[in-house]
Structure formats: C-alpha cells, structure tokens
Design a protein around this ligand. Structure first.
Ligand code: HEC
Length: 462
C-alpha cells in the first residue's frame, strides 16, 4: 500500500519534471511569436553604415542585415548577437570605411542590446568574462577622464598563472635561490634543488604557452580549493619545519623570536645539567660543609656474585682488554673510573680503596643497583688493565678540572639545590628535581612571551 503510494508520487514528480522540461524547451522558441519592429532611426543607421555590404545583393560574410524584422526569433537573436559583438569590438564597419559617430554607435548598440536583453539572450556579457576578452575594456573611455570620480569596476576574476610562473612565485617566496651561469656571468636563479619534498600542485592547469589568464566566468571547485589548501599546508610546514629552524628570521619573525628564547633556554639547561652531573658532589660539599654527609643515605655496598670456578682441568680465560673497555663505557662508568685514575690522589689508592671510592660515588648518585653490580664485577677483574690504560693513554683522556659556572648561574644552582634537596636524596634525585623546576620556569617564560607576541599581533590587527 505504502509502496504503491510512494511509487505514484514519484511518477507524478517525474511527469511534472518532464512537463517543465518541455515547457522550457518551447519557451526558447517563444520569440517567434513576439513581434519585432526595427526602430526607424536604427534602421537608418544600419542603412548608412552596414547595408552597402550586408543587403540582399551583397551579403559579405554571408550576412544580411536588411531583413532583421522578417527573421524567425532565434535566428534573429543569433544574428543580433553577432552584430552586437562586431559593433562593440569595433570590427564593423571595417576600419577603412565610414565610421558611425560615437552617439550613432551607442544608439545601434543600445537597440540591439535591449532587444537581446528582453529575451535574456545576450552572449556578449558572458564572453566578456572570458580571458580572451580581458583586454576589451574601452580604452578611450578608460583614459578619457570622463569617469575619474567613479569607483572602478571589474567582474570578480580568477587569476590563473602558468605553472612556470606558479612555481617561480613559490620559489621566490621560499627564497629558494641558487647561482647559475648566464652568458658567462654568474647570476642568481630561482629554484635550487634545496626544496625536495615540497611537491606543490598548480590547482589550475594552463597550457604551457600561456602566461597569465583570468576568468570571471568559471567557478572555483572543491578540487581547486583542496589543492590550494594542500599547497598552503605544505608550504607553511616547510617554512616552520625547515626555514625557521635554519634560523631564517625573515620568515615568521615571531616564531624566530620564540625559538630564540627556547634555544637559549635549552642551552642554559644543558649547561646546568652537565655541570651538575659532573660536579654535584663537590657543589653539595661546598654548600653543606660538614653537614653534607648526614644528608646522604648510608652507604650500602652491592653484593656481587663470586667468580665461578672453572671446571676441573680448565683455566679461566679473561676477555681481552678492549672488550672490558667497551663494557665500562656501555655501563656509563668510564668517566668516573678514568677521572679518578687521572687524579694522583685517588690513583695511588689500593685497588680496594679505589673500587670503594667509585662505588660510593655511584651509590650517592643513586645509580641503579644492578648497574653498580655489573660495574663492580668489571672493576674486580680489570683494575690493573684500567690503570695501565690511563698510564699509557694519559695524554688522550683529558682530566676534568673543576670550574664553576658564571656567578649568577652558580647562584641559581645553589638556590635550587637548597630548595629541592631533602635528607636522604641521592644526588641524581636532586639533579632531576632542579632540572624539572627550571624547565617549568622556562615554560612559563615562554608562555608569557607568547602572550606578549599575541597581544602585539592583535593590537596591530594581526
Ligand atoms: C565595407 C563592407 C562592410 C561594411 C560597411 C560592413 N561590413 Fe560587416 N562584414 C563585411 C565583411 C567582408 C564580412 C566578412 C568577413 C569578416 O568577418 O571580416 C563582414 C562580416 C560581418 C559579420 C559577421 C561576423 C562574424 O564572424 O560573426 C557581421 C555580424 C557584420 N559584418 C555586421 C556588420 C554591421 C553591423 C555593420 C554596420 C555597422 C557592417 N557589418 C558593416 C563587410 C562589411
């Protein structure tokens, strides 16, 4: 039941649509019925300027203009469109023939265009929006001064440029310049191969030969828009990811400003961290004096597995020294061991004393127990070798000499340690807390700066 009703409704609709289609089709022929009268004055003008070549006897270009009124509707409109174009563009009468005065010309044009307008049949309007008609602005009128007080008018036009110009514009914007040779001279050229992954798409394809064109008669489609958006995105990514990072402050000066602060903060942070990681024990001893020991956890040495005895009849074979050297490095113990060995005061300690010094250092830093065990196992086996490396390669490994940072930096570090260090904290923990503090502080500084930049932009209308 329901289906049947739906079906009949659809059918009715379809039929109505057909009927409307028919109605418009016959509307087109409607002018046939409308009477057309050529105004006398216009008739006289055509007579004077056109009919010598376009009457029944002399139909130049197969055009006859003496029987306009007798022509069937659509034919007359077609012919009048051709007349309008010829007169508008001053093709007719031919250049070397008698020309109508400006008023006469206007009179013919206005008759033709009002007749065409009455049937909404003018094709000139539409043609004028095409690129090939772009230059047909009436230049006499344009420069006569007659309209100097009137605001300029043009259709909204879509400007299209050939892909070569399109590419060159992007290259220029991105300052992608290279040097080249031209007639023996060095000149700068647009478009080096620096930009590799920036494959932009010209949303409008023009034939290679054409330079610039503009259209007022075609729409932008979603396709054009989407390639334009993609281009914009790729370009801005290139600017923010590559050009700005390359410290090119010409692009997005605000970003460079923000980046400058961020870079400077990162450098400060890195220098404080490195300083603390190397000298935290010394800084704390200086800062806390005799109370420093009490702030630390009581030293608990790790236990390491006893060396397994080799099976009966076999001898235990040590891995070669370079293997041990690499392990020391991988376990993050190289600096501690070598630096202590470079220090004559520590170097003269017995192996056991030396090992305890290292272990205490790592324990105080809060290094992982498992890691300390591995390091200690290595030191148990290779102390003589490590000593000999330092004796042999002394000149290769530089001894670190304590040098404080700038006074204000030292103040910041001391203040931060005093604020963050709790009793029982490993040094590593103290460093982490200080760094976190500074990171937060820097972040706030950046946020404040961003706020200033934004207010600046808003204040000046972006
Ligand atoms: C001296 C002769 C001469 C006069 C005067 C003359 N024409 Fe023409 N006309 C021609 C010739 C020749 C052609 C065909 C060759 C051409 O298109 O240039 C032509 C072609 C045309 C065409 C067809 C063009 C096309 O391609 O659509 C139109 C329309 C036309 N004339 C209108 C006029 C009108 C309107 C006038 C008067 C204002 C006029 N002509 C005056 C010689 C003349």
């Amino acid at each position: 039941m329901k289906k049947a009703r739906l079906f009949s409704a659809v059918m009715t609709l379809v039929l109505q649509l057909c009927w409307i289609g028919l109605a418009t089709a016959s509307d087109k022929n409607a002018p046939a019925a409308l009477p057309f009268q050529l105004p006398k004055e216009t008739g006289a003008l055509l007579d004077r300027y056109c009919l010598t070549c376009h009457d029944e006897d002399t139909q130049k270009g197969d055009i006859r203009l003496d029987n306009l009124a007798e022509l069937e509707g659509q034919k007359r409109l077609d012919l009048m469109n051709r007349m309008q174009e010829q007169i508008y563009f001053r093709h007719m009468p031919p250049k070397n023939k008698r020309q109508p005065s400006e008023d006469e010309r206007k009179a013919v044009l206005s008759m033709v265009s009002s007749e065409l307008g009455a049937h909404d049949a003018s094709t000139l309007e539409e043609k004028l929006q095409k690129p090939e008609f772009g230059n047909y602005v009436d230049h006499e009128k344009l420069f006569s001064g007659e309209y100097k007080d009137v605001p300029g008018f043009t259709y909204d036009r879509r400007w299209l440029i050939s892909e070569y110009i399109f590419n060159a514009k992007f290259q220029k914007m991105l300052e992608n310049v290279t040097m080249g040779q031209f007639k023996g001279k060095r000149i700068s050229l647009l478009g080096s191969n620096k930009i590799q992954n920036l494959s932009l798409t010209n949303p409008f394809l023009l034939p290679n030969i054409s330079g610039v064109r503009y259209y007022a008669n075609e729409d932008l489609t979603g396709g054009h828009l989407s390639s334009m958006l993609t281009n914009a995105q790729k370009t801005s990514e290139y600017i923010t990811n590559t050009l700005v990072k390359a410290k090119n402050s010409k692009f997005l000066p605000v970003i460079s400003q923000i980046m400058a602060l961020e870079n400077q903060q990162a450098a400060t942070l890195a220098s404080r961290r490195l300083f603390l990681e190397t000298y935290i024990a010394k800084v704390c001893e200086d800062l806390y004096g005799s109370k420093n020991e009490a702030m630390l956890q009581t030293f608990k040495p790790v236990e390491i597995k006893p060396i397994e005895k080799p099976p009966e009849g076999e001898t235990y074979k040590k891995a070669p020294i370079h293997v041990a050297q690499n392990m020391l490095k991988e376990l993050g113990a190289e600096t501690t061991v070598y630096q202590f060995l470079l220090n004559p005061e520590h170097a003269k300690k017995s192996d056991d004393e030396f090992r305890e010094l290292c272990e205490k250092t790592w324990f105080n830093l809060g290094d992982h127990e498992r890691k300390i065990q591995s390091r200690m196992a290595l030191l148990r086996e290779y102390m003589p070798e490590f000593r000999s490396i330092i004796e042999k390669d002394q000149h290769k490994i530089k001894q670190l000499v304590y040098a404080p940072l700038a006074t204000d930096e030292m103040e910041v570090i001391k203040t931060s340690i005093l604020k963050n260090r709790k009793k029982g904290d490993h040094y590593g923990e103290v460093i982490r807390k200080c760094v976190t503090d500074w990171e937060q502080e820097f972040e706030q500084q950046r946020a404040a700066q961003l706020f200033i930049c934004k207010s600046f932009q808003v204040g000046f209308g972006g």
